[in-house]
Design a protein around this ligand. Structure first.
Ligand code: SF4
Length: 462
């Protein structure tokens, strides 16, 4: 009988993708995926190091798993505990000192070795640690067969790592330097995903628009070239990508937004701050005007593009004037959605030891002001789609009979009463109402296979 595997995923879409690939690696070795940790023979925490106190949260969860294992052992059973992802990479051997009952610690670049680590653990009964950045690519070693079919909307990692070294961020230390997969391997994986039912693919990378992969023509392909090749796959309806760095938003990629109908008009482009002084202290390698110009060019290419961003308030040294520059940038650009956080130091990053740490009550007040403005813009964007007819890709059944949940080209969640349609269908709907986090719609007619031409004018949120 197959042993049961439960993977708990924290953090970003790349971790979601990685968890799927870990399952792909383990299923051929006698595991079956379960969604119940209580039933599992192996639990893996696929961790994220971005949020504050990430490591402490992992240790708390490990404490709960240790208790579960005690109960299982008292019942004559057993449980293996593994930690993967960025906390595993950052903590390494420290994790095994603090939680010596953990059986496996594996970094994001070595999870293709999980079967081998399990095998070694079975022989030695000792904890196995692998946080190398191996020379071989894990993508070459992972099986092609999927442990579970993808959803209508699937993730596909094309690039990993980061060379930017923003002073607040741990990613360059946990994911390594920027590396891109060969285009042919990506195209083959995309075709497999589509054959298995995916109709939308989101290309993933820590700096996805820094993609520079070997092309089948012997040349280096950038992300725009890769997107154009992916767009030729029949039955693939939509392409998205995340997360991008403003410095790597080149002319080719901007042009693709205007020319490739399957590339959706939504872009998450983190800016972090509107102050050049703070952007420099963050080592972002762009200033506020670079960002403004990038948005102008994007809007010229695709006037209806919806924008999303990340903001950090209260970065060390941030004055009231710096914060006002962030507010001014947000007011000027207008975002459909955004993520905003108070700065909190990450151990080992340069910003953690910078002078001028901002008091927490100041960060709290600034964050509240920024979030109020972003919420206003997001609501305005949502409201502006009410009354419009849009193509919606249906992803899954809703809570009510005959209801389905899908997304507009602008990544808005939509609830549609469409008893004759099913997940994977691309249907045209009339947006009838805005709710707190989604839109309501009714079908109009079956949409063409690709998104329609963009409407006149700029994004509705501005
Ligand atoms: S670009 Fe900056 S914030 Fe983004 S992953 Fe790299 S170091 Fe982190």
């Amino acid at each position: 009988m197959a042993k049961k595997l439960f993977i708990k995923t924290y953090g970003c879409q790349m971790n979601v993708y990685d968890s799927g690939r870990m399952a792909d690696a383990l299923v051929p070795h006698g595991y079956a995926v379960t969604d119940r940790p209580d039933d599992a023979d192996l639990v893996i925490l696929n961790t994220c190091h971005i949020r504050e106190k990430a490591a402490e949260k992992v240790y708390s969860e490990l404490g709960r798993l240790q208790q579960l294992r005690r109960r299982r052992r008292a019942a004559g059973d057993d449980l293996l505990i593994g930690v993967a992802g960025c906390v595993a990479q950052a903590e390494g051997a420290v994790l095994l000192e603090r939680a010596p009952y953990v059986d496996l610690v594996v970094g994001p670049q070595s999870y293709h070795r999980l079967p081998e680590l399990l095998h070694r653990h079975a022989r030695s009964r000792r904890a196995e640690l692998d946080t190398d950045f191996p020379l071989e690519s894990k993508f070459d070693r992972l099986p092609e067969e999927m442990a579970a079919p993808p959803g209508v909307s699937a993730f596909l990692t094309v690039q990993e790592g980061c060379d930017k070294f923003c002073t607040f961020c741990v990613v360059p230390y946990t994911r390594g330097v920027e590396a891109s997969r060969p285009a042919l391997a990506i195209l083959a994986e995309a075709r497999r995903l589509v054959a298995a039912g995916a109709r939308e693919i989101t290309l993933l990378g820590q700096n996805v628009n820094a993609y520079r992969g070997a092309g089948p023509d012997g040349r280096e392909w950038d992300l725009a070239r890769l997107i154009r090749a992916l767009a030729e796959i029949d039955r693939l309806q939509r392409i998205r990508y995340t997360t991008s760095h403003p410095r790597d938003l080149g002319a080719e990629l901007i042009a693709a937004h205007g020319e490739v109908a399957k590339l959706m008009p939504f872009l998450h482009l983190p800016v972090q701050s509107g102050s050049d002084r703070i952007l420099s202290a963050m080592n972002r390698r762009h200033n506020a005007d670079d960002y403004r110009r990038a948005i102008e060019r994007l809007r010229r290419a695709r006037p209806d593009i919806a924008l999303s961003s990340d903001f950090i308030v209260g970065f060390p040294g941030e004055s009231d004037g710096d914060f006002r520059a962030t507010i001014a940038l947000v007011e000027e650009i207008g975002f459909a959605q955004a993520f905003s956080f108070k700065y909190s130091p990450r151990p080992g990053t340069p910003a953690a030891s910078m002078r001028g740490q901002v008091k927490d009550h100041v960060k709290t007040a600034r964050l509240a002001e920024l979030q109020a403005l972003l919420a206003q813009q997001s609501e305005a964007f949502q409201q502006a789609t009410v009354g419009r007819t849009l193509p919606v890709l249906l992803e899954r059944p809703g809570r009510h009979p005959g209801q389905l949940v899908g997304r507009t080209p602008y990544l808005q969640a939509v609830h549609v009463a469409a008893p004759d349609a099913g997940p994977g269908d691309l249907i045209e709907v009339l947006i009838t109402a805005r709710h707190a986090h989604s839109l309501a719609a009714r079908p109009v007619a079956r949409a063409p296979a690709v998104a329609p031409d963009p409407p006149e004018g700029r994004a509705a949120c501005a």
